[in-house]
Each structure stands twice: as C-alpha cells, then as structure tokens.
Design a protein around this ligand. Structure first.
Ligand code: ZN
Length: 116
C-alpha cells in the first residue's frame, strides 16, 4: 500500500462548499450526503455491466478525484467529491446513512441448505 493513505469507505457528510460547475438547482450547502467512493476500474466486464462491487481489478492504490491521498478518504475531516458519487439523504439518521455504501456493494448469494 502506498502512503499517505486515508481509508474509510462508509462516508457521509454535509456539503460545506460548492464548486463553480456544480448544478446549484440540485446541490445546496447544508445538504446531507452519502458518498459512494468506489475504487473499481470502470473498465472490466463487471464494471461495465453495473456490477462494480465485483470489479475484477479493484485497486486500493488508485486515486479518486478530489481525495488528496490514496484510499477512499472516509477518515478525512473534509473531502472533495464529484456529484456522480454523492447521494442525498434526509429521512434517515446519519448512522443509517453510513450503511449506504456497504449495502450498495454486497453480493447476494443464494445458498441451498442441504441436510444430511
Ligand atoms: Zn472493474
């Protein structure tokens, strides 16, 4: 792993500033958001078929735009996030919102129980 590295992938926060190119009709200072920081390659079959959670080349060493260090950056006090990876929330608690990322990338596996 390359350092400096800032881990943490169940990211939630409050927007404190907006860049010039951000659509102000959609995003407002004070909006509560969950961040989908994903280190998938965006190029393999799994990524292109909407299954980024199963990326064949998931890589902790790649950069995410706006995050200054390697890693998903959840332990930073502030991060810059592209709107493409932000999801507003307002009717759940922050604790519940932290589950957005882990619940978005679980894979359901059906297991048939076999009795002896
Ligand atoms: Zn991939």
């Amino acid at each position: 792993m390359d350092f400096p590295f800032v881990g943490g992938h169940e990211i939630i926060g409050t927007i404190v500033a907006l860049g010039d190119k951000i659509d102000k009709r959609i995003w407002k200072i004070g909006d509560k958001v969950a961040i989908g920081a994903n280190l998938s390659c965006k190029s393999c079959y799994q990524c292109k078929s909407g299954n980024e959670q199963n990326c064949e080349y998931f890589n902790h060493t790649q950069d995410i735009d706006g995050i200054l260090y390697k890693g998903m950056g959840g332990f930073e006090s502030h991060i810059v996030a592209h709107p493409n990876i932000m999801f507003k929330y307002n009717q759940i608690t922050p604790e519940e919102a932290t589950l957005t990322e882990p619940l978005s990338c679980v894979t359901i596996v059906w297991i048939r129980q076999v009795s002896n």
